[in-house]
Design a binder for this molecule. Structure first.
Ligand code: SAM
Ligand code: SF4
Length: 325
């Protein structure tokens, strides 16, 4: 699949639910209206769509949400998608808050998942509770342990937030080093109405990098994953640091992905409303109709997002948890 700007699209972020057992302040409001469950794609429909996308050249699928591991039967879905390895899928991964990994890590591994991203913005129990509005730090940490025991490679994802966790990022990188985890730092994006002051919390990662370089030697690395992180080898730990800079250093020119919501809406870009609806087509349309809709999406895929670090108001009403982060 190629878009009108010549970019090859081989990576899909697939949201399986917009629900979550946490309420991270930068992602959601305390009170959220979630989609009625009957509107979600069934596992059969997701499998059909994924198989179709793999036939069209998609090689990597990341399950996300909301919290993907709160969707009932998620291991069944992972097994179905894991089997697409036989017809061209190179990798099935997932992004999770980790809290359900104690029960699910082994099943994910058995389904063929080998790498996961776990979002953890702080190592401080109380700050975690304040940030996520839920007292689930111990569960998340137990989940990280369980993932490692199950044989899953873990990358920790953390938003860098001024005045929130900026003083902790050096310790977070050191902790990741002792555990053998790569760490990816992310700049917060203005998606959906939330209760924080986004402008005040914005922290360019160039600044964080300078702070980290006082303690660590960061060597630019050629390592790439399917996502937009630029990597550095951390000489002291043997692990990597990834920087994801949607605001301070736009990476859209190399965009390789589309995002599918739990109800089968496909967005060409996290920062725009350009979309096609696939649910009805999956129910009645057949393969040719799917292709037509996907081609329409690719033809209109925006060149880049227009997020602005100086903005407090959301660029879009849609929360990250709906599109799939
Ligand atoms: N619940 C899972 C989790 O937290 O990992 C998966 C979904 S979550 C929306 C995916 C990623 O998006 C997480 O790493 C989270 O920190 C990040 N995220 C959420 N809201 C964001 C925002 N407004 N800007 C940037 N990243 C955001
Ligand atoms: Fe839930 Fe993930 Fe959003 Fe946090 S970032 S509220 S864990 S979906």
């Amino acid at each position: 699949m190629r878009d009108a700007h010549g970019r090859r699209i081989d990576y899909v972020r697939l949201s399986v639910t917009d629900r979550c057992n946490l309420r991270c302040s930068y992602c959601m409001a305390e009170e959220m209206d979630f989609l009625p469950r009957r509107e979600l794609l069934t596992f059969e429909e997701i499998e059909t769509l994924a198989r179709h996308l793999v036939r069209r050249g998609v090689t990597r699928i990341r399950l996300t949400g909301g919290e993907p591991l709160v969707r009932k039967g998620i291991i069944d879905l992972a097994e179905r998608l894991g089997r697409l390895g036989d017809c061209g899928l190179d990798e099935l991964t997932l992004t999770t808050n980790g809290t359900r990994l104690p029960e699910l890590a082994t099943g994910l591994y058995a389904a063929g998942v080998r790498r996961i991203n776990v979002s953890l913005d702080t190592l401080d129990r109380e700050r975690f509770a304040k940030l996520t509005r839920r007292d689930a730090f111990d569960q998340a940490m137990a989940g990280i342990d369980a993932a490692q025991e199950a044989g899953l490679a873990v990358r920790i994802n953390a938003l860098a937030m001024r005045g929130v966790n900026d003083h902790e990022i050096t310790d977070l990188l050191a902790w990741c080093g002792t555990r053998g985890f790569d760490l990816a730092l992310i700049e917060g994006m203005p998606l959906g109405e939330v209760a924080i002051d986004r402008r005040a919390e914005h922290l360019p990662l160039s600044e964080v990098r300078e702070q980290l370089e006082q303690r660590f030697t960061l060597v630019p690395s050629l390592h790439r994953t399917a996502g937009p992180a630029r990597y550095f080898d951390v000489a002291e730990t043997g692990t990597r640091l990834g920087l994801i800079t949607p605001l301070s250093d736009n990476f859209c020119a190399a965009c390789n992905r589309i995002r599918i919501t739990a109800t089968g809406t496909v967005y060409g870009c996290l920062g725009h409303d350009q979309k096609v609806e696939l649910r009805d087509i999956l129910r009645t349309g057949g393969a040719a109709a799917l292709d037509e809709a996907l081609d329409l999406l690719l033809a209109g895929k925006p060149l880049r997002h227009d997020f602005d670090a100086g903005q407090n108001a959301p660029a879009l009403a849609r929360h990250m948890s709906v599109t799939g982060g």
